[in-house]
Design a protein around this ligand. Sequence first.
Ligand code: ASP
Length: 438
Amino acid sequence: MAVKVVKFGGTSMADAGAINQVADIVKSDPERRYVVVSAPGKRFSGDTKVTDLLYACYHDLEINGECSATFAKIRERFEGIVKDLGLDLDMKPILDEVEKKMVVNYSVDYCASRGEYLSAIVLAKKLGFEFIDAEKIMIFDDNGNFMPEQTNELVAKTLKDIRYAVIPGFYGADGTGSIHTFSRGGSDITGAVVARAADAVIYENWTDVDGFMSADPRIVENPTIIKKLSYKELRELAYMGANVLHPEAVFPVKACGIPINIRNTFNPQAPGTLIVAEVEEDEFAKRQITGVAGKKGYSIIFIEKELMNSELGFGRRVLSVLEYYNILFEHMPSGIGTLSIVVSDNELAGKEDVVLERIRNIVKPDNIEIKSGISLISTVGHGMSFRPGTAAKLCEALAKANINIRMIDQGSSELNIIVAVATQDYEKAVNAIYHAFA
Ligand code: ASP
């Protein structure tokens, strides 16, 4: 029988009503055999996600050595869910043990991971599926780095003998048994890892929207849902802030061509967004771009030097400074006598002066300055390849909206065009680009 791996996010696990919906979805298709879950998320705006309560517990432990008041809220959430679901499951001893372990042997990752752990126990009971603890199958090294190949082998071996299972997302353990988590939203990665190991025909990622939107709905009114996009397009859009799926969740499934289907738990009829290796040519013919995404909070290190282009190793020497100070950069468009390096403000914070000083010493530029208050907007789509006029249309749309382009960068893969604009123009620019291609 074919295997489908399904992952349900925090809103899908938020309360008994949502969990009943999840159970209906899983049970409606016997091929949905392995279920990965997040911790219960927000039930209403202003509510607190269980994971955030767990981080708060860790904080309490650091300060007071105990966290019973905050943990009581977590107890209440899970006991309420189990009661409302009418499950014959006594959560008290399980919750007691979690709280005890958090106090005795606390680490931030251990605390943060318990939401997924508890959520998976509850759903396994509801579905009558086996519970597989992620600490037994998701392998990290002692420094908290995920080990994909070892994990793949172990998960494949484990699942061979188990027909139906629920697995908590977000965490795993190292050889000593210490828990490590992925970054926030990391249950998506667990789902992708399980899909790869189970050789799934599809990885269904169930969330609370109808699919991947072609622009941020907080900025553009009613953006269209993208029906189909490629892993590469997804990676670009997700990296630039479209946050339906964790950006790292693409790698495990991409390696073996497993499609990802973004679906809505609260509207299961909707087909969602399908993410595949290759989108058919005729699909591209219909659309010039697939989506627009962007991020605020960047600066440009702008370097000017006459005859820079004939100085061998100039770029390398400049970049060696960034490397020395552990600063990642995003883009580096250059001209004959200019080099612009785009870095996020978080990377640069507090290091501005030393970086400028060192670059001055090493390459003796005529001028160097940091231009801050920059936002990046990425316009993404295979449809722009070999089709003249995409950049022209984009620039025209920005010109018409009276927005100055501070930098523009298009790689030769022609998958995206990135423009930098002043942050005060960001929302206006995203709208201008979106509507030019809509
Ligand atoms: N519960 C974790 C978070 O809130 C991981 C996840 O939901 O994927 O980030």
